[in-house]
Write a protein that binds this ligand. Structure first.
Ligand code: NAP
Length: 527
């Protein structure tokens, strides 16, 4: 399948005669064909006009139609077969087996959203029947449900070229809610983006949907800002760096009509190792931690960035087992040269901070890796020093963690209480530890969106109970999640219809409940 390198607006490739960009494969740093055209202001405007024009029709389609669309996208992605996997491998350097798994997650996610849309209860319908005889004032007929916001801008993330990109969780949940989507493709996998965009357009054609329901825009930071600024955009989904996320959030908030910006930015994902757990299974924890830090060459938003234990013989034994495990861990190819360079520069900055020592570096020979390499590294410091130096609180994207030694239980507690918002916090503990460290467990629940007990934070299940989002700065809005079925709520707003006659009501709010969905009727859940 030959790539055209153009923006895709309203289902068709459009020619933009301005600048082009060419991504270099992180595998060998060779430039990849073809060059991709940056979107012109006209293309950006047309994409939003198309999205806005078809919003009414898309949202009025039945939940059944939307479910079929999501399933058709999954089918069309699978039809791309190895072409898609090879393109993503070439552009991201991620191994084919990882990409095969990620494709499974992507289509699984689309099908999961199809199933909740088909079931229909997600609209949270509530009906308060009228009370005409109520004194002193009668109650009117009130019916409330969630409706879609309108065109959504999605920023593809570099670290998941399939599952958090063009047809990833943000797009799947926005379509599920009934919102057209305009994706700003990540420039580190433009060909993968083009292939997936083609799959979405094919699915829209198969389902007889207006093609304006989806557009793919290529370009740099100014293109992203122009999309967020566009008056027809109604919400934004973003995964990436804190700097880019905050810049785009500012654009979203300073528009004449501010819009919600759902940014997943950065997280340290602290791991607390409690004393009895280290006494019982330090080797197992050391190996698991090494696996979690090096998984995907450390390029997961849930990678443990700090590991905290209390000084003593068990912590010392764990530390030496962890060191040995990391020294044997292999380096890997990072997503792009920029990320590899930024990893090295972050390591240099962290190492230069007072009282930070180089603790473990992979000793595996990495000369055979020609491209953008990331080598596993662990630095070490004291809890006192960590609390003092805010520079140590920055996320380092790559196979790195900071091992922190606390003097006492009180110092560990102090560190936990001082932390900023996190996507996850992890505790390794025996039942005895849990009883002895209850205040720590309580403190972490005020800091993170997901608390993991005796596991590792990497590996985020796509399911109804998942929460992938925590207090700032891990995300811009901790009330929502970007993974799991609750992600759909980001793209909706509630509407209340007062005293509407039956024939004007949507099926979800009609008396006889033709969709058979779960609803709150006079405060009671019922079908
Ligand atoms: P990024 O720099 O945040 O870029 C993400 C998207 O935002 C890209 O489309 C980028 O466009 C755009 N962008 C960047 N700066 C912008 C600005 N000032 N205004 C408007 N748009 C802007 O992320 P990345 O390229 O994937 O990786 C860089 C770093 O981000 C990593 O080293 C890591 O620290 C972090 N990251 C974090 C996560 C996470 O899950 N928390 C995931 C991926 C990356 P251009 O590329 O065209 O500039």
């Amino acid at each position: 399948m030959k790539l055209h390198g153009k923006n895709i607006v309203g289902g068709e490739p459009v020619t933009c005669s301005g600048p082009t960009f060419q991504h270099r494969s992180p595998l060998d740093l060779a430039p990849l064909e073809p060059p991709f055209e940056e979107a012109s202001p006209t293309a950006i405007h047309r994409a939003l006009e198309f999205a806005d024009a078809c919003f009414g029709e898309f949202q009025s389609r039945s939940q059944q139609d939307r479910a079929k669309f999501l399933e058709a996208i999954a089918d069309q992605i699978m039809r791309l077969g190895d072409t898609l996997l090879k393109q993503a491998h070439q552009e991201s350097g991620l191994p084919l087996d990882r990409l095969t798994g990620e494709r499974g997650r992507t289509v699984g996610q689309l099908r999961l959203f199809a199933s909740i849309v088909r079931e229909g209860s997600w609209v949270d319908a509530r009906i308060d029947p009228p009370l005409p005889e109520r004194q002193p004032v009668p109650r009117p007929d009130l019916r409330r449900m969630l409706v879609p916001l309108g065109p959504v801008i999605v920023f593809g993330a570099s670290n998941f070229p399939l599952a958090f990109s063009v047809a990833g969780g943000d797009t799947a949940s926005a379509f599920a809610a009934g919102c057209p989507v305009v994706v700003k493709g990540h420039p580190a996998h433009p060909g993968t983006s083009e292939l997936v965009a083609g799959a979405i357009n094919d699915a829209a054609r198969i389902c007889g949907l207006p093609l304006g329901v989806f557009s793919l825009i290529h370009g740099g930071p100014e293109t992203g800002r122009a999309l967020v600024r566009h008056p027809l955009a109604k919400a934004v989904g973003f995964t990436g760096s804190r700097a880019a996320g905050l810049a785009l959030n500012q654009v979203a908030l300073s528009r004449p009509e501010p819009i919600p910006f759902f940014g997943e930015l950065s997280s340290l994902n602290p791991v607390f190792l409690l004393p009895e757990s280290l006494k019982e299974r330090s080797q197992q924890i050391a190996d698991g931690l090494k696996g979690s830090i090096t998984l995907g060459v450390g390029q997961f938003c849930t990678k443990p960035g700090i590991v905290i234990g209390i000084a003593g013989p068990d912590f010392t034994r764990f530390a030496s087992q962890f060191k040995e495990s990391v020294e044997k861990a292999a380096s890997g190819t990072m997503l792009h040269q920029g990320i590899a360079e930024s990893y090295l520069s972050s390591l240099r900055s962290m190492s230069s901070i007072d009282e930070v020592e180089a603790f473990a570096v992979s000793e595996v020979n990495q000369d055979s890796l020609p491209g953008a390499k990331g080598t596993p590294v662990v630095l070490k410091t004291s809890a006192r020093n960590f609390i003092q130096h805010r520079e140590l609180w920055e996320e380092v994207f790559g196979p790195y963690t900071l091992l922190i030694e606390a003097d006492s239980r009180e110092e560990m507690q102090k560190l936990a209480q001082s932390l900023s918002g996190q996507l996850t916090a992890t505790i390794h503990a025996t039942t005895g530890d849990i009883h002895a460290f209850r205040p720590l467990i309580s403190a972490l629940q005020t800091k993170a969106g997901r608390i993991v007990l005796n596991g590792f934070p990497t590996g985020v299940e796509v399911s109804p109970a998942m929460q992938h989002g925590g207090p700032f700065p891990s995300t811009t809005d901790s009330r929502f999640t970007s993974v799991g079925t609750a992600a759909i709520l980001r793209w909706t707003r509630p509407i209340c219809l007062q005293n509407f006659p039956e024939f004007l009501l949507p099926d979800e709010l009609r008396d006889r409940n033709p969709l058979g969905i779960m609803r709150q009727l006079d405060g009671q859940l019922t079908r």
